[in-house]
Design a protein around this ligand. Structure first.
Ligand SMILES: *Cc1c(COP(=O)(O)O)cnc(C)c1O
Length: 343
């Protein structure tokens, strides 16, 4: 039997031979002393790509989000975000635990920006009796909404609103690379609309580890101190930064293949491929755990994101042949009467 096709997440990729070779020959130094040239090169390049002054390498995207957000939101202040945002749902309360902030949310079916709702939520600083809104976070692409891309015009309108009320914007850009490839909007355009951002190398780009905070030189200097305080100061970490440099060089444009593969899976599963913006397909089914179990028996690994929702994610370890195999298995399981049917 063929090796299982793993579509649970784009984090499951393993470094390619070429990436491992790049890691093996990386020049390194002690990065806590600021002496790792490969980390410095990665930070410089990512800052430039996103149109910001500086960047900081972190072990995870969650840490990058916490560090970035804490540069714009203080203790007892609030962050507004969409209700299924990763910062609200999937970071185990880190922003509350470390930063001491609170969150309020709006809800959008595609994880998008609802400006009237945000305007209604926004709380100006009314003195020491009410929580003031310090920042708004957006997620592009939006993970739990199904890899959806935030329309550029919505981001621009949000920036104008934030400027008008004097509040900051954070971009959770774990998959901003996918948004860039899907739309052709330059990374620096996305980056230029926000005060701080977090980006991941370990999702579709296929690096084994690594994310970055991006922002002003001051924000990054502050984040460097807090990264160390949180236990995230890393030493000869250029071996990991080299994987990121390799991924940025070789694995960005190919994300278009993952997007085509996701549309192919959507079609096979009876989902309108026009609603699949990037590399994630969300399926509503009668019994998600049952479908997961039966797909696994046929060599296709998928994940649940709810009792009636499964998620398929394409990536560079699932080539066209593997995706075709998964499409035929899932199409058959979803079509078999009396079992899971598309709702
Ligand atoms: C994966 C992800 C992160 C960061 O996750 P880590 O597992 O901590 O690296 C942040 N935001 C989004 C939208 C993500 O998908």
């Amino acid at each position: 039997m063929d090796a299982p096709v793993d579509l649970r997440s784009d984090t499951v990729t393993r470094p390619t031979e070429a990436m491992r070779a790049a890691m093996a020959r990386a020049e390194v130094g002690d990065d806590v002393y600021g002496e790792d040239p490969t980390v410095a090169a990665l930070e410089e390049w990512v800052a430039e790509l996103l149109g910001h002054e500086a960047a900081l390498f972190t072990p995870t995207g969650s840490m990058a989000n916490v560090l970035a957000v804490r540069t714009v939101v203080g203790v007892g202040q609030e962050l507004l975000c969409e209700s299924s945002a990763h910062v609200a749902r999937a970071e185990l309360g880190a922003h509350a635990a470390y930063t001491g902030l609170t969150m309020r949310t709006w809800t959008h079916p595609r994880g998008g920006i609802d400006l009237p709702a945000i305007t209604a939520l926004h709380a100006p600083d009314l003195g020491p009796f009410f929580v003031p809104t310090a920042a708004i976070a957006v997620e592009n692409t939006h993970n739990f909404a199904g890899g959806t891309v935030l329309p550029l015009a919505d981001l621009q309108a949000l920036r104008a609103f934030a400027d008008s009320v004097g509040c900051a914007l954070h971009l959770d850009g774990a998959r901003v690379w996918n948004a860039h490839v899907a739309t052709g909007v330059p990374l620096a355009t996305y980056g230029g609309l926000v005060d701080v951002a977090a980006v991941c190398l370990s999702k579709g780009l296929g690096a084994p580890v690594g994310s970055l905070v991006v922002g002003s030189a001051d924000a990054i200097a502050e984040s460097r101190v807090w990264r160390k305080r949180m236990g995230g100061g890393m030493r000869q970490v250029g071996v990991l930064a080299a994987a990121g440099l390799h991924a940025l060089t070789h694995h960005v444009e190919r994300l278009a293949d993952d997007h085509a593969h996701a549309r192919r899976l959507a079609e096979a599963c009876g989902v309108d491929p026009a609603g699949v913006d990037t590399n994630i397909v969300v399926l509503d089914v009668d019994d998600a755990p049952d479908l997961v179990k039966r797909a696994a028996l046929e060599g296709v690994r998928i994940g649940t994101v709810g009792a009636r929702t499964v998620r398929l994610v394409t990536h560079l370890d699932a080539d066209a042949a593997a995706v075709d195999r998964a499409a035929s298995v899932l199409g058959r399981l979803l079509a078999s009467p009396g079992r899971e049917t598309r709702r």
